[in-house]
Design a protein around this ligand. Structure first.
Ligand SMILES: Nc1ncnc2c1ncn2[C@@H]1O[C@H](COP(=O)(O)OP(=O)(O)OP(=O)(O)O)[C@@H](O)[C@H]1O
Ligand SMILES: [Mg+2]
Length: 355
């Protein structure tokens, strides 16, 4: 349903997206993960036709996003990082307007707008001016806008950013419901969100793919060495030497200290189960064994492992001779659709609704 083939995007001499390839199957929810500045938004803008790729091809529902932009856009709903709302329009007017420029027949518009508002729980905000909405409501209106024309593919750039906990749960549920009929690509920084909603994850770092797999497979694949968490009341003794001597223990390090009780991380040699020997060591020394459990590598650990080593060149955007800023305004096809008037102070003029 979505094919990205060797896509590269350069801003001047700076490469924001570097030879990126991945595919998304119909009905799948793909999580797009990466640290700030990794190239997620850039990739999503390319997929939605708002930004031309420097090299490579991208297709949505079989249509090339640049050779056949109108066909591709008709099948794509896009929630940009900053939803492009018009402050002087009410929510209802804005969605009607988007429905019109998306080519939804006049007779269907009211029903489509109503359904999209219901799905995103904004029905009671229909009369409010977009310019007075809170961040969470702007996000929901942006999501309603992306759903209006019932697209095959939804491209959601941090759909839960700025939402309250209840809305986060609602939005996740909505996304899960939409999958099946729709194909979804969502970017997020919330890692549990990925395990909960996505079948597959693409992790990118500095514009390159560092992993593509299901959250479970990633966890299993990267579980190189196992570890245990041990909490022990050693009454002032240092338990580290005794623990280090246990056969199969590869290393012991202090993990935390709560209420005067020390917690330790115990690294285990591959294939060994040291739990019995560790607990025996604690007990024979007369210490109190308060907690002993195997530690699972979380998606968070994996994300950090995959994206830390390479990021050593300095934080995003601060590299010497970093990316030259391009003028705002992606200027891709469709950017003619509904540009706000000068002086209308659009909240974000650089991204526009699906046209
Ligand atoms: N118009 C532009 N001109 C120059 N550089 C740009 C431009 N837009 C983005 N970049 C750079 O491209 C890189 C990727 O940016 P992008 O917005 O795609 O990251 P992201 O993964 O979406 O990050 P975040 O998690 O912060 O949203 C960054 O280093 C950014 O500074
Ligand atoms: Mg982004």
């Amino acid at each position: 349903m979505v094919e990205v083939q060797h896509v590269t995007k350069r801003y001047g001499s700076f490469t924001a997206v570097d030879d990126l390839s991945f595919e998304v199957e119909p009905g799948e929810i793909l999580g797009f993960l990466g640290p700030n500045g990794a190239g997620k938004t850039t990739t999503m803008r390319i997929l939605t036709g708002y930004l031309p790729a420097t090299e490579g091809r991208a297709r949505v529902a079989g249509f090339d996003v640049f050779d056949e932009p109108i066909e591709a856009k008709r099948r794509t709903g896009y929630l940009p990082e900053t939803p492009p709302l018009y402050p002087e329009m009410t929510v209802g007017e804005y969605l009607q307007f988007v429905a019109r420029i998306n080519g939804i027949a006049a007779g269907d518009r009211a029903a489509r707008v109503g359904a999209a508002m219901e799905r995103t729980s904004i029905t009671d905000m229909a009369e409010r001016f977009c310019g007075t909405l809170s961040k969470g409501y702007r996000q929901r209106v942006g999501l309603a806008q992306a759903l209006l024309h019932e697209p095959d593919v939804l491209i959601l750039d941090e759909p839960t950013a700025g939402l309250d906990p209840r809305q986060i749960i609602e939005t996740r549920r909505l996304i899960t419901e939409l999958a099946g009929d729709h194909t979804v690509i969502l970017s997020t920084h919330i890692l549990p969100e990925v395990s909960q909603t996505c079948q597959r994850v693409v992790i990118i770092n500095r514009g390159r793919v560092v992993a593509v797999d299901s959250p479970d497979n990633l966890t299993a694949r990267l579980q190189g060495s196992q570890s245990l968490y041990l909490q022990v009341d050693s009454g002032g003794d240092d338990p580290v030497p005794a623990l280090t001597d246990v056969p199969g223990v590869a290393g012991v390090s202090a993990a935390d200290r709560r209420d005067g009780v020390a917690g330790f991380q115990i690294e285990i040699a591959p294939g060994r189960d040291v739990r019995r020997d560790v607990s025996r060591t604690v007990v024979t020394n007369g210490w109190g064994l308060l907690e002993l459990r195997a530690q699972q590598m979380s998606l968070e650990d994996i994300f950090l492992q995959l994206t830390t080593e390479e990021a050593a060149g300095g934080p995003d955007g601060t590299d010497p001779g970093g990316p030259p800023e391009e003028a705002a305004g992606d200027g891709g096809p469709g950017s003619d659709a509904g540009a706000p008037d000068e002086g209308a102070e659009p909240i974000e003029a650089e991204e526009r609704t699906n046209g």
